[in-house]
Design a protein around this ligand. Structure first.
Ligand code: ZN
Length: 714
């Protein structure tokens, strides 16, 4: 060999060495950075969600991205044989290569050259994974190169375990079924963790041609494919022939494909609401729903709506007080109706009628202003243009707070609200979870708060009453068993005795239709008969019921006590089929004390007739102001009195009228003659009254109490 020839060959060798080094360097350091794989593509494809009831049964499925059914599963929850056979079939050197299996590429290239067609794809798990982003695939060399680049890029950022886990979660198994968990569920009705080897191999074969190998439609093709893979595994040495024979005899436990694998609730409002509160939950969501109670509620509410011609909708919520878990939730009776069918009435703001009264009375009790036996004034009341009337149209005069609340009298509730202030009540209601929209404030709502002037929802009301039933310890209602919903309860809003007294007052009359007497309940009827409500509570349960029309139209049947109360009673009967409600032990919360007969407040030194009544432990009750003398001995008396004139018969004067000098306690008050407002008059003002029978009515003072006398002028 000549010297030149030697040098020439050396140069060739050196050049090819440099070229090979350049190719290797390019492959190793540059190539993986040209095709960057965006893993965010995976997180955008959120999985489906299975909602289970409180017993763990799947009751509703919410599809994920692109309506796909994919349920995330962890690698450690998959059987080892599934991982082994999948890797043996798809990517034998998975743990050795860095995303591209060069031996497999060489083999594929060799087969392509010798056979003239593609025998094996040489696609690694990582290469297949980067293809599962939902983007369109191509059959070009550049596309294949990009796939390799992306796979190697991914391998540099993710561990083998992460890649394998994502792979099992992304593979297509026919139709909208993606990922091994959904496939195991759909084809075998099993979690992937319970698949046997035969089933694992069958599933491992599907992703190659998912819509041609799905065993529900092409069982023979699927099983044939399974046998091919098994033969290949034997050839590779993964299994012995005896193993293969044993695996062939393993049962393929196919599900009954005529049944729904992923049930959808007919009325998914509870799940939509749960989703709204928990946008983060994916995969499986354990809800608090009790299907037995749910079907009772559905049946009772639907029957009632069907029985009333002009009532078209109803909603109900059943809460387990101890855990605040929502055990039944009905947002509407006509979810499938066109137009407003899907409106969730349980979450819609409506006028609650009298349902907030117990919280107003409670606030007064907690402030020591009254107890159940305190006499409150139910006489006509006119505050500016505001003239609340009772539902019955009558006024009962002086009645106990118990009667006023249990009969839902309006003017006592308005008077009490006036004495404690709307702003303070709104704050308390807020603590109970009843929150009004930002643009409503105390000034805007005013005293109408007591009678349903501010709108709230069945959901908020159910929560507030559940808190009331739990000694006024507030906590949000729970739809799921998620840790994020774990106890968020603050301290009690009131003295526990206050809540006990309010609940006891609400037991005065038995709940219509209920078999048990130990149920506290309150109804609400909105102005113009548009909403009928009833909320019933026991130590264990809160049952909240609403009837009305979504378009807000009124109906004569929409009276809380008539339509909603018996339904709440029926639901309570179902809840207490096997046991009676627990009896509250209030011995440590309530105390016996001497009350004045005249006022129903703590008896003072001037009170003559007294009786033994009940007050709250730890709350000093206001002393009776009625029995104090009017001569200024008790400057703190706030009880309104008409001091002059006294009731009785008077003779008219020369001008045909009787002349009076008015005098009241407090010295300046609002005066009315026969219902017409005279003004905010100071004691000493003169008034002339024509012949006839007349009623004089005065209100004022810090507590907005009132007094009334009758006179006749002849
Ligand atoms: Zn007294």
């Amino acid at each position: 060999m000549t010297r030149q020839r030697k040098r020439f060959l050396l140069n060739i060798a050196m050049l090819s060495g440099v070229a090979m080094f350049a190719v290797a360097a390019f492959w190793e350091w540059v190539f993986p950075h040209i095709f960057v794989f965006d893993t965010a593509a995976f997180s955008r494809q959120f999985p489906a969600t299975r909602f289970t009831d409180c017993r763990g049964n799947v009751v509703h499925t919410e599809p994920g991205y692109d309506y796909c059914l994919r349920f995330p599963v962890k690698l450690e929850d998959l059987p080892q044989h599934l991982i082994d056979v999948t890797l043996a079939a798809e990517d034998r050197n998975f743990f050795e290569h860095d995303g591209v299996d060069l031996c497999a590429v060489a083999r594929a290239a060799f087969q392509l050259i010798t056979n003239g067609r593609i025998v094996s794809g040489a696609s690694t798990v990582s290469m297949q994974l980067v293809n599962q982003t939902g983007e369109r695939r191509e059959r070009s060399l550049l596309y294949k190169l990009a796939q390799m680049g992306k796979a190697r890029n991914l391998e540099r950022r993710w561990s083998k375990k992460e890649i394998l886990e994502e792979y099992f979660n992304r593979l297509p198994y026919g139709g909208k079924i993606y990922g091994i968990e959904a496939a195991a569920n759909y084809y075998f009705g099993l979690p992937a963790g319970q698949l046997n080897t035969a089933e694992s191999i069958l599933l491992a074969g599907i992703p190659q041609r998912p819509n041609r190998l799905r065993p529900d439609r092409f069982p023979e093709a699927a099983i044939k494919r399974r046998d091919l893979i098994l033969e290949m595994l034997v050839r590779q040495g993964s299994f012995t022939e005896a193993d293969a024979e044993r695996i062939r005899r393993e049962p393929l436990r196919f599900r009954d494909f005529s049944l729904e694998a992923f049930p959808r609730a007919e009325d998914p409002q509870f799940f939509l609401w749960t989703r709204q509160n928990h946008p983060e939950i994916r995969g499986t969501c354990a809800t608090t729903l009790d299907m037995a109670k749910q079907s009772v509620v559905n049946a009772v509410i639907t029957r009632c709506v069907n029985e009333h011609r002009s009532v078209h909708d109803g909603a109900a919520i059943v809460v387990e007080n101890r855990t605040r878990a929502v055990r039944a939730f009905l947002g509407t009776t006509d979810f499938k109706a066109a137009g407003d069918g899907q409106v969730n009435a349980a979450l819609a703001r409506r006028s609650p009628g009298s349902l907030l009264k117990p919280f107003i009375f409670g606030e007064a009790i907690n402030g020591g202003l009254l107890v159940a036996e305190t006499l409150v004034d139910d006489s006509p009341l006119s505050l500016g243009n505001y003239r609340p009337e009772n539902f019955s149209g009558d006024f009962l005069g002086r009645v106990s707070a118990r009667s006023a609340l249990s009969q839902s009298l309006n003017t006592p509730a308005v008077r009490i609200l006036n004495s404690i202030g709307t702003a303070r009540c709104i704050e308390t209601l807020g603590a109970f979870g009843i929150r009004f929209p930002e643009n409503t404030n105390a000034e805007k709502i005013g005293l109408s708060l007591a009678l349903g002037g501010a709108e709230t929802t069945l959901w908020q009301l159910a929560g507030a009453y559940s808190s009331l039933a739990s000694g006024s310890v507030p906590a949000d209602l729970r739809c799921t068993e998620c840790a994020t919903e774990a106890s968020n309860s603050a301290g009690a809003i009131w003295n526990a005795g206050t809540a006990a007294m309010v609940l006891e007052m609400l037991q005065t009359v038995p709940l219509p239709g209920a078999e048990h007497l130990e149920i506290s309940w309150k109804t609400g009827t909105s102005n113009g008969l548009r909403d009928a409500w009833c909320i019933a509570v026991t130590p264990e349960w809160t049952v909240a019921v609403w009837f009305g029309n979504k378009d807000g139209s009124s109906a004569p049947e929409l009276v809380g006590a008539e339509i909603a109360a018996p339904v709440a009673g029926a639901i309570m009967n179902a809840l207490y089929r096997d046991q009676a409600p627990a009896v509250r032990d209030t011995s440590a919360l309530l105390r016996t004390t001497l009350l004045c007969e005249k006022s129903g407040l703590a008896a003072g030194t001037h009170c003559e007739k007294t009786f033994s009544g009940t007050a709250v432990v730890g709350i000093p009750l206001r002393t009776c102001p009625a029995c104090k003398s009017f001569d200024g001995a008790n400057p703190y008396s706030r009880e309104t009195q008409v001091l002059q004139p006294l009731g009785g018969v008077y003779r008219k004067g020369f001008n045909g009228k009787a002349r009076f000098i008015l005098k009241s306690l407090p010295a300046q008050a609002h005066w009315y003659l026969d219902g017409s407002y005279l003004g905010f008059l100071k004691s000493g003002t003169a008034l002339e009254i024509p012949p006839g029978k007349h009623q004089i009515y005065v209100w004022g003072g810090n507590d907005f109490s009132s007094a009334k006398i009758e006179i006749e002028v002849k």
